[in-house]
Design a protein around this ligand. Structure first.
Ligand code: PHE
Length: 452
């Protein structure tokens, strides 16, 4: 494989963690996690979610890292390189399709964050009622052009970083943006828990109420774990193909998962106390951070500044994620179609944007197109989070658990015997038995109980 020699790679341990955690930490943590937790009963959902992160998420992540670093190619090419002459590359194709689907709806929401950054510095949030703030968001969403412009701006910034490559693009920006994100989040956390009634919000988040748990809760918690950790579609396979042979895959997976979980919980700690302090419904759904938070910013001193910080935070989190999703498609196009990075990036981002525009328009002009009650946007989200990612994750663990032989897998996670990797037997047991069975069981239950 001559490709591997002149491939770009990450330059430092911190760079790898920043980039992989940058992929994981995104709208999934700060926009989606709070509203899904709000809609699914709070604390009980959090507990089930944590179970999925540790039981399934970390093993799937180690598996993706192993495939990518061994394959040294894009997600499709890695499967081809490791299992020549078999149909496993199909999992790679599914990954590229999932990347298209995710980026199309994700870039729409990412675009909204830019509108709100501008809003914070221009008109601000002061002196507006909940009604007015809600209407403002609604009017923006149904506008036929504005959301699309922001979405395209966001895609362009993403493409710009990806064109820079791994070391001088993705790694460089992640190393700067991720610490900034953590800092902003901590500032907001302090602001939120010092609001009156903050304890009610914390109780909602941390006190489990199991009477709200149904199979749907479990399916959504699993989907959320995959989505939030960027698993099941090859983003981390692609990143791992740029890891060095000395990088510790197990430890990196643990660190990235802990960082992602910590930031999701922290986002909950920012949002729920604020929601309860102002008597807002925690079940508001996707609009939670775009309507309820501005409501809060309109009530507190220096609200516009905190609003600005929050929406920059959201944009930054989204950006390091969109970069990783686009890289899946760019690596695939450039290596498999043998075109250069610039051309591959343009081809990928333009084609994804076409689908993205449809996702955006499904809030306004295309809102009547529905399938079983779901708009195009909802369908794309559901298809990715609750079907493609868990299915991809299941195939990935079956691949490393049953297709790869034990010594090859051990060789990869132990860096050729350099590391002890004492967790290996448990890890292998999970990927062979527990993970595939758990995912399959949840799928089958969901079909019966109608949430699929
Ligand atoms: N993990 C990202 C988030 O939480 C989304 C994502 C999903 C990124 C899949 C890459 C792959 O926002």
């Amino acid at each position: 494989m001559s490709v591997s020699n002149n491939r770009d790679s990450f330059g430092s341990k911190f760079g790898i963690i920043a980039a992989a955690a940058g992929s994981a930490v995104g709208l999934g943590n700060i926009w989606k996690f709070p509203y899904i937790t709000g809609q699914n009963g709070g604390g009980a959902f959090l507990l089930i979610y944590l179970l999925f992160v540790f039981l399934l998420g970390i093993p799937v992540m180690i598996s993706e890292f192993s495939i990518g670093r061994r394959g040294q190619r894009n997600v499709f090419g890695s499967f081809k390189a490791i299992s020549p002459g078999t149909p496993w590359y199909f999992v790679g194709i599914m990954g590229v399709v999932a990347a298209f689907v995710i980026l199309s709806f994700y870039s729409a929401v990412a675009g909204w964050t830019l509108e709100y950054i501008v809003k914070s510095v221009t008109i601000g949030f002061g002196n507006q009622s909940t009604q007015q703030l809600g209407d403002a968001f609604q009017n923006f969403l149904v506008h036929p052009i504005r959301p699309i412009i922001w979405q395209l701006v966001f895609m362009t910034i993403t493409a710009y970083i990806v064109i820079g490559g791994i070391k001088n693009g993705i790694e460089k920006y992640s190393k700067f943006l991720m610490p900034l994100l953590v800092f902003f989040l901590l500032v907001l956390c302090v602001r939120s828990i010092t609001l009156p009634n903050a304890s009610k919000g914390l109780a909602f988040l941390f006190k489990p109420d199991f009477s709200k748990v149904t199979i749907k809760t479990v399916l959504f918690a699993m989907g959320q774990a995959f989505f939030s950790l960027s698993l099941g579609m090859g983003a981390l396979i692609t990143y791992a193909s740029y890891f060095r042979k000395t990088d510790n895959l197990g430890r990196t997976a643990l660190n990235v998962s802990l960082a992602d979980t910590f930031i999701a919980v922290l986002a909950g700690v920012v949002i729920f106390p604020a929601v309860f302090a102002f008597n807002i419904e925690p079940t508001a759904g996707p609009s939670l951070v775009f309507i309820t938070l501005p409501e809060i910013f309109s009530h507190i001193p220096m609200g516009n500044l905190f609003g600005l910080i929050f929406f920059i935070l959201l944009a930054v989190a989204a950006l390091t994620s969109t970069v990783s999703v686009l890289e899946v498609v760019v690596a695939y196009f450039s290596e498999e179609l043998r075109i250069n990075r610039l051309k591959a990036t343009i081809l990928a981002s333009v084609s994804i944007s076409v689908l993205g525009v449809l996702a955006s328009l499904s809030f306004g002009p295309l809102s009547d197109i529905k399938l079983s009650g779901k708009t195009i946007f909802d369908m794309l989200d559901f298809l990715a989070s609750n079907i493609l990612l868990p299915l991809g994750g299941m195939l990935i663990v079956i691949f490393v658990g049953w297709y790869l032989n034990k010594s090859t897998l051990f060789d990869e996670v132990s860096n050729g015997g350099e590391l002890k990797a004492g967790y290996f037997p448990i890890y292998r047991f999970i990927v062979r038995f527990i993970a595939p069975l758990a995912i399959a069981a949840i799928f089958i239950y969901s079909v019966f109980y109608g949430s699929l």
